[in-house]
Design a binder for this molecule. Sequence first.
Ligand SMILES: [Zn+2]
Ligand SMILES: [Zn+2]
Length: 253
Amino acid sequence: MRVEVLGCHGGDVPNLRLPTFLINDRVLLEAGAVTSALPLQRQATIDHVLVSHAHLDHIIGVTFMVDNVQSAPGRSGPVTLASLVPVIDDLRAYCFNNRLWPDFTALPTPEAPALRLETLAEGEAIKFGGLTVMPVSVDHTVPAAGFVLSDGNAGFVFSGDTGPTTRLWQAARRVREARASIVETAFPNRLDRLARASGHLTPALLERELEKMPDGPVWIYHIKPSYYEETAEELSRLGRRVQILQQDSTYTI
Ligand SMILES: [Zn+2]
Ligand SMILES: [Zn+2]
């Protein structure tokens, strides 16, 4: 399984992109920076998008991607954007609502729209773009999912945005192929109160999550650029199992 890290940062500044991962060249996991990371031709090849929740840093790129590719040559169908029911409800109500952004589920025509929104059921594994995907609710400030993903040979668990959580790790431990974890850490330890209030992890909070996770490497994403060095230094004390994901790298699981 190949995971291309198009963006893995918890903020948007030049050269550091928002969370965006392309799995097996086919399924986009999070879409914060897809339109700034991929040329138009590659954007047009993406049919399947998973988002963990409706916060802008995870979805903003898909709004522009759908606009970009809606009439791209060779496209035969809509982009399918999937998540848990309350996340899709948020996207309908606050994003693709013909106010903040056009309702691409009815454009360019209602019969052949550019976007299809698909609701996933909590804890139920489905086939999606060649992967088996199980969404599990995590603990953030808004409805949010983590995902256990597998391509039949290998897989990983992705935390989305979350504070301390349990169900996701329990679900991941039951999936034999899940051999790695991509997990958020947003703030350094001194901002523990802010991390808890905003539903995020610090390195100290992450340390308590480690024993609940499946075995294998733990790859960190979503560090806030303002606190990158401090957070990275604290993460480095957690041992070699914990590594910070590198933007523009491809990981093979
Ligand atoms: Zn969030
Ligand atoms: Zn986020």
